[in-house]
Design a protein around this ligand. Structure first.
Ligand SMILES: [Zn+2]
Length: 295
């Protein structure tokens, strides 16, 4: 007589709901790639007991049938990696061309975050779409951590559910080398409940993604195949294909913030930049620092 266990209806329903949601996205995970313009996001708190709110994954630039199709570096999972092997072989062979080519076989770090999208440049993603998994490179991740850790400027703990901070990330330019990002905190701390209430949603309706599983662990054979596909692409360049040029948004001045505040305490609105005074009018001294806004 086999041992049967009772069903976990809640877990089954959750899995089903998640599958339905993923199906609607057309992929396994609803990935968010930043587009040119300003995207306002809210990074959600840590997704696992490890306590981090992002996941680093090293990936190789790979192409399949002319399409950019990155594959996770096997070595970070203890899997033999044909891309790394090939890069090292070229490097050891030496010569300017080989050393140059070896660079294309190096893995690049990407970072994944569970986020809510408050607004997007094209307006097609917003808070009603639930949790997205934002994928960024090292520069944006560094800027995000700078803001998160900057207690002196009042930014710290940006993922706090009751008093975190939304971020506005501006992307401009095109191509791997010419794309610039600028990440700024918004001027007010917001609770997730209030944020979600603006679209009639609540925290209970959010589905967090386990970022440790956001990228498939490839087998050594899959990596060999990806390398073969990539090398079969004429004019292989590890950079993603260049998209149509987009307008360059203007980037505002850095927003001054108040001293550190507790969760839920509003931060005073930033002062507008001082316009140049007309000639002949003396410049007033700035207000003394440390003036606190309403509590
Ligand atoms: Zn590798």
């Amino acid at each position: 007589m086999p041992q049967f266990y009772s069903r976990n209806e809640a877990a089954l329903a959750e899995d089903y709901r998640r599958d339905q949601k993923m199906g609607a996205e057309g992929g396994n995970i609803p990935l968010l790639f930043l587009k040119n313009g300003v995207t306002e996001i809210r990074i959600l708190p840590p997704y696992s007991e490890a306590g981090s709110f992002f996941k680093e994954v090293k990936e190789h630039s790979s192409t399949k049938d002319g399409k950019f199709n990155p594959i996770a570096c096997g070595r970070q999972f203890g899997v033999d990696c044909a891309f790394c092997n090939e890069g090292e072989r070229l490097f050891q062979e030496g010569g300017e061309d080989n050393v140059q080519a070896a660079r294309e076989y190096k893995p690049r770090s990407n970072f994944f975050f569970n986020v809510l999208v408050v607004s997007s440049p094209t307006g097609d993603v917003n808070l009603t779409h639930g949790v997205k998994v934002m994928k960024t490179g090292v520069m944006v991740k560094r800027d995000i951590l700078d803001i998160d850790q900057d207690a002196a400027a009042g930014f710290a703990d940006i993922t706090h559910p009751e008093g975190g901070i939304n971020l506005r990330i501006t992307r401009q330019g095109q191509g791997r080398m010419n794309t610039k990002y600028n990440t700024k905190p918004t001027s007010t701390r917001t609770g997730l409940p209030e944020l979600l209430a603006t679209v009639g949603s609540s925290i209970e309706e959010l589905t967090m993604y386990n970022l440790d599983e956001v990228v498939d662990v490839p087998t050594a054979e899959q990596i060999v195949q990806a390398l073969a596909d990539t090398n079969a692409t004429p004019g292989f360049d590890a950079a993603p294909p260049v998209k149509a040029p987009a307008q360059v948004p203007t980037v505002g001045p850095r927003i001054p913030m108040a001293n550190p505040v507790g969760p839920g305490v509003p931060i005073p609105a930033p002062n507008p930049p001082n316009p140049a005074p007309p000639v002949g009018i003396p410049i007033l001294p700035p207000p003394p620092p440390g003036i606190k806004g309403e509590q």
